[in-house]
Design a protein around this ligand. Structure first.
Ligand code: HEM
Length: 294
C-alpha cells in the first residue's frame, strides 16, 4: 500500500522550520531529485515539490495547479511559488537547526534558499490571537480521506497536496478590540472555545465551515505560530487530497463572490502563498517514480 509522508498525519510538533527553495542555474534535474530523496527523514520532514521543479524534471503532476491570487476590496492574497518546500518538525530547536544546515549543504549548487521561517506550538495548539486552532480538524479515517489520495488504483495514491500561507498579524490592533468583537472575528468564544450561534456572517468559522460547501470542503490543517524580532503570525498549512477544498475556502474568505470578506483580514494578511505536491513514501524513502530521474 502507498504510504503518506509520516509528518502529514501526526500532530503538530513543538518546533518547526519551513524552507523554500528555487532551482539553481545549471542544476542537473536527476542530481536535484537524488538530493531531495536523501533529505527525507520520516517524521522529521514533510517535503513538497512545486510545479516549477516538476516541470524542470520534464514531468507533470495532475491536480497541482497555480496558487490563486486575489486583489480587491482591501484584500490582497499573493501567490509566491517555490520549487521545493520542506517542513522540518521536531521537539528540539537545536536539532532542527542542524538538520536544516545539513539540507542546505546538500542542496549546494542545486537549489537556492528563498526563505526560512521558524515556528512553534503555543499552548495546546493556539494561534497567537489566543484562539484554539484545529478544533474542527478531521480525525482518524476522516483525516486520512481529507488529506490523502487513498484510491490505490490512482498513480498518485499516498500523495497529498499542501497549501501554505504565511499570515502576518497585527496583534496590537486585534488585542485593542473589546473581547466580544475579537470573538466575533473568529466566531468562537476565547474563554471556552464555544462556537457563537449569533456570530456575524463575516466570522472566520462561518466563512470556512467545512460542511457548508458543496461539495463539503474538509482540510487537514497543521498550522503553527511564527515570530521574529519585529513580526508574528500564523504559518497556515493545510493538506488535501486535492487543492479544491482549500481553494473554495480561500475564495469565500476573500469575499470574491458574495462581497462578505472574512473578518480575519481585519487583523491579519497573507504575505506568501503556494501549493506543493507531497509525494508518497515506499520502503521508508520518498517515492519519486512519477518524476523523471526519480
Ligand atoms: C490568520 C490566519 C488564520 C487564523 C489565525 C485561523 C484561525 C482559525 C481558528 C481559531 C479557527 C477555529 C477553531 C478550529 O476549528 O480550528 C479556525 C477554523 C478554521 N479555519 Fe482558519 N485560520 C486562518 C486562516 C485560514 C485559512 C487561510 C483557511 C482556508 C483557506 C482556514 C480554514 C479554516 C477551517 C476549514 C476551519 C474550520 C471551520 C469549521 O468547519 O468549523 N483558516 N481557523
Amino acid at each position: 500500500m502507498a504510504e503518506p509522508q509520516q509528518g502529514i498525519l501526526e500532530d503538530i510538533p513543538s518546533h518547526s522550520r519551513y524552507l523554500n527553495f528555487g532551482i539553481s542555474a545549471a542544476a542537473e534535474p536527476s542530481a536535484v531529485i537524488t538530493a531531495i530523496k536523501e533529505c527525507y527523514q520520516s517524521a522529521a520532514t514533510v517535503i513538497g515539490l512545486g510545479d516549477s521543479l516538476i516541470g524542470y524534471c520534464g514531468s507533470q503532476i495532475d491536480g497541482l495547479t497555480t496558487f490563486p491570487s486575489y486583489s480587491h476590496g482591501g484584500v490582497d492574497v499573493p501567490a509566491t511559488p517555490s520549487a521545493l518546500w520542506i517542513w522540518l518538525r521536531g521537539e528540539d530547536r537545536g536539532e532542527l537547526l542542524h538538520l536544516s544546515r545539513a539540507i542546505m549543504h546538500r542542496f549546494d549548487g542545486l537549489l537556492e534558499p528563498i526563505d526560512c521561517v521558524d515556528a512553534f506550538r503555543y499552548k495546546e495548539g493556539r494561534d497567537l490571537s489566543g484562539y484554539e486552532d484545529g478544533t474542527e480538524n478531521p480525525h482518524g479515517d476522516e483525516a486520512v480521506s481529507a488529506a490523502l489520495i487513498t484510491d490505490e488504483s490512482d498513480e498518485l495514491a499516498g500523495s497529498s497536496f499542501v497549501a501554505v500561507q504565511q499570515w502576518l498579524h497585527d496583534l496590537d490592533y486585534f488585542k485593542s478590540l473589546p473581547q466580544a468583537e475579537q470573538d466575533n472575528i473568529i466566531g468562537r468564544r476565547l474563554s471556552d472555545n464555544e462556537e457563537l450561534d449569533d456570530a456575524p456572517e463575516s466570522a472566520h468559522v462561518k466563512r470556512t465551515a467545512q460542511e457548508s460547501f458543496d461539495p463539503e470542503a474538509f482540510l487537514l490543517r497543521r498550522s503553527m505560530p511564527w515570530a521574529d524580532i519585529d513580526d508574528c503570525g500564523l504559518m497556515f498549512v493545510a493538506f488535501g487530497h486535492s487543492v479544491a477544498a482549500f481553494e473554495a475556502q480561500l475564495e469565500r474568505m476573500t469575499g470574491a463572490k458574495d462581497g462578505t470578506t472574512d473578518a480575519m483580514f481585519r487583523f491579519s494578511r497573507p504575505i506568501t502563498g503556494n501549493y506543493h505536491w507531497c509525494p508518497p513514501v515506499a520502503n521508508e524513502q520518498l517515492d519519486l517514480s512519477l518524476i523523471q530521474g526519480g
